[in-house]
Design a binder for this molecule. Structure first.
Ligand code: ZN
Length: 371
């Protein structure tokens, strides 16, 4: 069933949001755009005030008014529209902030990445949004006289808007002298189950060291499996990490389920940790111990080159399942793709991608020395 689309004025939007505190509903009923507006909220616990700014559909910023914050936090969800658990988690945090039930200590930007894809319950409408950052949205665009650059589709437009929003948020002049720390957790769920239920991808840091405290934070979120990326990508988390020096991760919180079918007790660690981060409560970080983690690095990146692309494992094989060396894991036309290293495991298989796109990654266990 289509989500009813409305066209409310800024003051009607504000009235509705303050009444219901349901930013997801407002976003879904304005899937392509929304008038900008802002208002103030007061925390019911300590009377601290915050400014709430809605910039567009799915884009809402909370800023403390009575104190300067030392952290700038971006929490994105719905970069893939059908990944509902993170959307529900973020909408609940937004709700508590609007209702004044949660103290806001640190500036926080929430992004619902792809509202039209949420509404159709699909990963994306035309193109995978999480392959369109760091300028990829403008590749293949054309210049039209009088119109400037014309981007290929709505996902390209959205990627550009999300990039600009993150830039404005991090570079806000009023906050220049604060020398604050930047964070971006891009929250997802995976298409298939995982041997390691939750895991995170740590974007390539161009030889800067991995940050121990961030790994401890992931562990507090219930995530003990970290995949270290070893090259630049077009993902959202790499964009914030590379362009703005943010502590950034793509966080995978389990398996895709429809709205209302997520067992929220599964996410207690991540909800508690994000709540503490936003509201300035002490983070419950355990002492760093490498035995607590499983670390992997990407080994093979397998793109689809032909119509006749097949995996040689079943649909219910979970992420991080490993295969003996020399196992044929896929065929692409005539070409056989085999595992080559001890402990080599598959991750993110998707045979239905367009030709030229990534169909599979393999990962191998690694040791790292975070600082
Ligand atoms: Zn995703």
């Amino acid at each position: 069933m289509a989500y009813l689309q409305e066209s409310l004025s800024a003051s009607q939007l504000q009235y509705q949001l303050q009444k219901t505190a349901d930013f997801l509903h407002l976003t879904r009923s304005h899937e392509f755009s929304m008038a900008a507006f802002n208002f103030e909220v007061k925390c019911t616990q300590n009377s601290s005030k915050a400014k709430v700014s809605v910039l567009d559909t799915g884009i809402i910023i909370f800023e403390p008014l009575n104190h300067t914050s030392s952290k700038d936090i971006v929490l994105s969800s719905a970069v893939h529209g059908n990944e509902t658990a993170p959307i529900e988690i973020c909408n609940e945090l937004i709700k508590q902030l609007i209702l004044g039930k949660l103290h806001l200590e640190n500036r926080t930007l929430f992004l619902f990445g792809n509202p039209p894809a949420i509404n159709i319950g699909h990963r994306f409408v035309e193109e995978n949004l999480n392959r369109l950052f760091s300028g990829a949205h403008s590749q293949g665009s054309s210049l039209h006289k009088g119109q400037g650059e014309v981007l290929i589709n709505k996902e390209h437009h959205r990627a550009l808007l999300l990039e600009n929003t993150v830039k404005i948020f991090y570079e806000n002049n009023n906050y220049k002298e604060r020398n604050s720390e930047r964070f971006h957790y891009d929250l997802h769920t995976a298409i298939r189950g995982s041997k390691n239920d939750k895991f995170a991808v740590y974007p390539f840091r161009h030889n800067k060291s991995w940050v121990k405290e961030q790994l401890q934070f992931m562990l507090a979120c219930g995530i003990n499996t970290i995949l270290f990326s070893n090259s630049p990508t077009t993902t959202f988390s790499y964009f914030s990490s590379n362009k703005f020096g943010a502590h950034a991760f793509t966080v995978e919180l389990g398996k895709v389920k429809p709205f209302g079918e997520n067992d929220m007790t599964n996410f207690a660690g991540v909800i508690g940790s994000l709540t503490a981060l936003i509201s300035g409560q002490p983070l419950a970080l355990a002492e760093y111990n490498k035995e607590d983690f499983s670390f992997f690095a990407i080994d093979q990146i397998i793109d689809r080159h032909s119509d006749d692309f097949k995996f040689h494992f079943s649909d219910d094989v979970e992420n991080f399942t490993d295969f003996a060396i020399g196992t044929v894991i896929a065929t692409d036309g005539e070409q056989e793709i085999k595992t080559q290293k001890a402990g080599e495991a598959i991750i993110f298989p998707n045979a239905n991608v367009a030709i030229g796109q990534r169909a599979l990654l393999t990962v191998i266990p690694v040791e790292v020395n975070p600082e």
